[in-house]
Design a binder for this molecule. Structure first.
Ligand code: SF4
Length: 290
């Protein structure tokens, strides 16, 4: 298997076979993101990806159970090409239970629903999607490349085909100025979309990104640990949909996981208790460890 650059994957894919299908991110303009900033985006050839899959089968055997195809927005691949590698992975690994990619709403727009059906039938089980916020002003500020309406409409289009959606919310990305709107609008979008999973991450300034500069120059105001926990509380308090909530990331100040709505009272109680813990007890992770 050949890997180029730093390979990022969601924590939930820690046990998955990682095969790069794309290199970098075709958008690469989110102001907070430093993952692929210096990488020129390209899609690897199907032949190359198949070679890597074969090599993985020879190395690990054929009982691989899950495969994640990095890098950013692999969903952008032509449907025929993505379906070809999914089909091939299924042939090589008969025990496969899950195949997943990264994808955001602006790239869902490029596919018709029957293409998502095709990908589902070829074995695409889940898309990890960084919506970050449901607040349109925040989405504009961070240059996400899509609106809240697109996140809802395009996400629903995917979900209706049976592909699971795992949506990522970035706590604190609205800064101190938009913390309330970011929480309330993100809850609104999640309630309308009802993704299968909602995963929380907390914004950490990443050296070399435009938002890091804004933070350094005092134009962006980072939330304190208590403010981040209160924002999370406001978000969770306003969730009325039904999904699994995870804060499975080292950046978070609050470790709250559970089923919404069943576990919502316990999660809110935990968050309230955390606001009583002195702020000095929370440590913000360095962006190098994200
Ligand atoms: S957050 Fe996602 S879409 Fe935005 S630049 Fe980073 S990888 Fe690309």
């Amino acid at each position: 298997m050949r890997y180029e650059g730093t390979v990022y994957r969601p924590p939930s894919e820690a046990d998955s076979l990682l095969i790069q299908a794309t290199i970098g991110c075709p958008h690469n303009q989110c102001t907070f993101c430093g993952m692929y900033r210096k990488t020129k985006f390209r899609i690897r050839s199907v032949a190359e990806i198949k070679e890597d899959l074969r090599e993985a089968r020879n190395y690990f055997g054929n009982d691989v159970q899950s495969v994640f195809f990095p890098d950013g927005n692999t969903i952008l691949m032509k449907t025929d090409q993505l379906a070809a590698i999914l089909d091939y992975a299924n042939q090589l690994f008969p025990q496969l239970k899950r195949m997943t990619v990264y994808g955001s709403a602006q790239y869902f727009k490029l596919k018709k629903q029957n293409e998502f059906h095709r990908l589902r039938n070829a074995g695409l089980t889940r898309i990890h999607s960084g919506m970050e916020s449901g607040d349109d002003e925040t989405l504009r500020n961070i240059n996400k490349g899509c609106t809240s309406i697109e996140i809802i409409e395009e996400g629903c289009k995917v979900k209706e085909t049976g592909i699971e959606l795992s949506e990522y919310i970035l706590i604190g990305i609205g800064g101190r100025e938009r913390t309330k709107q970011h929480a309330l609008e993100s809850a609104r979008v999640l309630n309308a979309l009802t993704p299968d999973f909602v995963r929380l991450r907390t914004y950490v300034p990443w050296l070399g990104t435009p938002l890091y500069e804004d933070y350094q120059q005092g134009r962006f105001h980072l939330l304190s640990p208590h403010e981040a926990i209160k924002e999370t509380h406001l978000l969770v308090a306003n969730l009325t949909g039904s999904f699994q909530l995870y804060s499975d990331h080292v950046s978070n100040f609050a470790w709250v996981n559970g089923n919404i709505p069943k576990d919502k009272p316990d999660i809110l109680e935990t968050l309230e208790q955390l606001t009583k813990v002195p702020e000095d007890n929370f440590r913000q992770v360095d962006s190098r460890f994200l």
